[in-house]
Design a protein around this ligand. Structure first.
Ligand SMILES: CC(=O)SCCNC(=O)CCNC(=O)[C@H](O)C(C)(C)COP(=O)(O)OP(=O)(O)OC[C@H]1O[C@@H](n2cnc3c(N)ncnc32)[C@H](O)[C@@H]1OP(=O)(O)O
Ligand SMILES: CC(C)C(=O)C(=O)O
Length: 517
């Protein structure tokens, strides 16, 4: 086989992915995801948009300083104050990039930016120069490129490369492109922009018409050298190009594409589960690569073939994305040393305090559940690592429900250090828990989503509950796990309330009303 081109994977789960409604992550959660992205071996992590909020600034700063391996990038509008802020967050870290953007389509320039083409080109060049005054590695995106006049687009690209942009990223911002057309646009850039070989041509596609992955692959065939993508394809509106589909598409058909990536594919499933858990965005069972059914063969003829030879119906090995038979890892009698070692084998390094808390949870779980699997440990650890300062915690929960009985919950909480207890009712046991907790905390938050899933098989499986709450325009997700799904639901609800309180304390320097009494 001729030598393969290595396509750079630019992960934007923490920036565009976070633009999915309800997917906002706190700083600890972002650092956790970034560490998993580093284990996955992506080339660039877009850690946030430093100017957009203090939380994003802090996430970019911490990830740039704490995550080793990938280049860490911040988005910035084509404005000096955005670029200055990106630099403030990135400075001092070893491998950093500033990604600045400005639209090139007449629709955007006329209606949103109220700029002429000449003004936009001048601003793009000035801002690339400005970013280059701070860092070597500058990326420029002509937003809405796929709806721009190609002749003007080529001019802008030539100018920003001359100004020092090492990567030019072509966004299909509204998911309008068609693969043949989008591939043609990349070919046009390579053929018509005289200095295009001096920069990496990247693509950033949205999935409004379900074509983000197809458009990105078409671009690779025409010479794109970087793909921007997100874990599970999350992102603004219908989402972005899904990282796992691009990476496994190239790995599985690399002879066809003549290209591959440096991604350690065995970390894909772990990354997918982590992002799903943290954002509360559940992966559909039939989702390519990471869906629960992606490697499940249900029909007799397929099973017959597989038993005779796996290649009959399997184009990828499940192990290649990290899907292995759940290993029973620990039990009730395991000690702290074995626990730490097992976590390290799974890729988690915890501080002594985090380890002690996770170990306590593990022991409680081991009392309720005979066999503890890798997924159970991951769930416990990600809960512990993602913890934010908690204003409200669960002390006890008792629920009565059944036929001919109004579901009743009696709950004891610690609220800002005070113990409070209350009994309340609801339409079902979970509703009774949520209503009682809402009454106790005084929250006006609206429940947008409730979902429960079993982490491992069996009726003693750890149940994982995700909720999404909205209050004052802010949407957060909360997660909780327990062998009792009512308790898991209560934990998830409180986790979301603590996040609302966390964001309220960050917003407007804490001026927004915090709804916990
Ligand atoms: C396609 C994408 O995904 S782009 C990234 C989208 N991400 C986000 O928007 C992140 C969250 N956004 C925010 O927190 C806020 O929008 C902020 C902090 C960035 C800006 O907030 P505000 O100053 O209140 O401005 P607001 O959001 O209302 O309007 C955006 C302004 O930025 C301008 N703008 C938008 N994109 C760019 C750009 N690439 N370069 C320069 N200016 C831009 C708009 O023209 C508008 O300017 P105007 O006020 O002069 O009309
Ligand atoms: C900032 C750019 C790359 C973007 O997110 C888009 O155009 O969708």
């Amino acid at each position: 086989m001729d030598s393969l081109r290595m396509i750079r994977i630019f992960d934007t789960t923490l920036r565009d992915g976070e633009q999915s409604p309800g997917a906002s992550m706190n700083v600890e959660e972002k650092v956790m995801v970034a560490k998993q992205l580093a284990r996955l071996g992506v080339d660039v992590i877009e850690a946030g948009f430093a100017y957009s909020s203090p939380g994003d600034f802090e996430a970019v700063r911490r990830i740039a300083n704490e995550v080793e391996g990938p280049t860490i990038c911040s988005l910035a509008r084509a404005r000096p104050e955005d670029i200055d802020r990106a630099w403030e967050a990135l400075k001092g870290a070893p491998k950093v990039r500033i990604h600045t953007f400005l639209s090139t389509s007449d629709i955007h320039l006329k209606h949103q930016f109220r700029m002429t083409r000449a003004e936009a080109k001048r601003r793009a060049v000035e801002m690339v120069h400005h970013a280059r005054s701070y860092v070597e590695d500058v990326e420029f995106s002509p937003m809405d490129a796929s709806r721009s006049d190609p002749e003007y687009l080529y001019e802008v690209i030539e100018a920003v490369i001359a100004a020092g942009a090492g990567t030019v990223n072509i966004p299909d911002t509204v998911g309008y492109a068609v693969p043949w057309e989008f591939g043609g646009l990349i070919r046009g850039i390579r053929e018509r922009v005289p200095n295009s070989a001096q920069a990496v041509i990247s693509v950033h596609c949205h999935n409004d018409l379900g074509l983000a992955v197809a458009n990105s692959l078409a671009a690779i065939l025409e010479g794109a050298g970087q793909v921007e993508c997100t874990i599970n394809g999350i992102g603004e509106r219908a989402g972005n190009t899904s990282l796992e589909e691009i990476v496994m598409g190239l790995r599985t058909r690399r002879a066809f594409y003549g290209a591959d990536t440096r991604v350690n594919t065995e970390e894909i499933l772990k990354a997918s589960r982590l992002v799903s858990k943290i954002t509360g965005m559940i992966v559909q069972p039939n989702k390519a690569i990471v869906g629960a059914n992606a490697f499940a063969h249900a029909s007799g003829i397929h099973q017959d073939g597989l038993l005779k030879d796996k290649t009959t119906y399997e184009i990828m090995r499940p192990e290649s994305i990290g899907l292995v038979d759940s290993k029973m890892v620990m039990g009730k009698l395991s000690g702290r040393h074995a626990f730490r070692q097992r976590l390290e084998e799974l890729g988690y390094r915890l501080s002594d305090e985090e380890l002690n808390q996770a170990f306590e949870r593990f022991k409680r779980l081991a009392d309720q559940k005979k066999d503890i699997y890798e997924e159970d440990l991951e769930s416990i650890v990600s809960d512990e690592l993602a913890k934010i300062a908690e204003r409200v915690t669960l002390r006890s929960l008792h629920v009565e429900s059944g036929t001919n009985q109004q579901p009743t919950a009696t709950i004891e909480l610690s609220l800002d250090g005070q113990v409070v207890k209350q009994t309340g009712h609801g339409d079902g046991p979970v509703d009774a828990v949520f209503r009682t907790m809402a009454a106790m905390t005084g929250t006006k938050a609206k429940l947008l989503m409730y979902a429960v899933k079993a982490i491992t098989g069996g009726t003693d499986a750890l149940g994982e509950v995700s909720v999404r709450l909205e209050e004052g325009g802010r949407v957060v997700s909360g997660h909780g796990s327990d062998t009792d799904i009512i308790v898991a639901s209560g934990r998830a609800y409180l986790n979301a309330l603590n996040k609302l309180a966390y964001w309220a304390s960050k917003d407007a320097a804490g001026l927004q009303k915090v709804s916990l009494i």
